[in-house]
Design a protein around this ligand. Sequence first.
Ligand code: E4P
Length: 222
Amino acid sequence: MKFFLDTADLADIRWAARAGLIDGVTTNPTLMSRDAGDVDPNDVLKEICSLVDGPVSAEVVAVDAAGMYDEGRELAKLAENIVVKVPLIEDGLVAARRLAANGIKVNVTLAFSSVQCLVAAKAGATYVSPFLGRLDDIGHDAMEIIRETRIMFDNYSLETKILAASIRHPRHVADAALLGADAATMPPDVLRKLLLHPLTDRGLDQFLNDWSKLVAKSKVNA
Ligand code: E4P
C-alpha cells in the first residue's frame, strides 16, 4: 500500500520524505489555505513536488468543466509529478476525461459511494478518493466503500487506484489495507501514530536497561 501525506505543511512533508515514509502528497483547498500562509499556492505546490518523488495532488477550484480543465492544465505545468484533483460532480468527470485524454493524471475526489468510484474510473481517473472519516462522521460503515469498490475494479480490470482518504486514525489505514485499497492519504499525526506502540517503547527501555547492567557487571569483573 502506498502512503501519501495529506497536508501542505512543508516541514511535515520534509520530515516524512527524509524518513522515507511517504510515496506522495495530497493537498486540497482547505489544507492550502491552512498551510500556505502568505506564499503563492503555486510556489508551495512546486516546493512540495521537489520534496517528494511520487505524485502530488493539487485541486482545482473551478466548478465548471472548461474552468477545471484549464486550471488542471496550468497545475500540471508546475511539475511532472502533479496529479490534478477534481471533485466528483458531472463537470468534474467531463474535465477528468479531457485531462486524462491529454496525458494528465487525475485524482477524482470527494467520493462517498462505490458507484461514484466506478463512474470516476470510467472517466479515466488515475486515482479515486473515497472519504472514510467523513463517512464515519455520519454513522456509515466507511469500509463498505473500499470493499465494494475493490470488487468492482477487479471485476472489470479497472486500473484506477483506490486512494483511501479522510483518514482519522491508524485503524482506518489497517482496514483499508486489508480490503485492498491501493493507497491511503493521511495527516502527519496519523502517519506518526502508525509507528507507535507502547510495548515497543517499554521493550526498548528494558533491552537498554539490561544491556547497561551487563556493561556495568563486566566492568566490575574486569
Ligand atoms: C483527500 O485527498 C482530502 O485531502 C482529505 O483526505 C480530506 O480529509 P478530511 O475529511 O480530514 O478533511
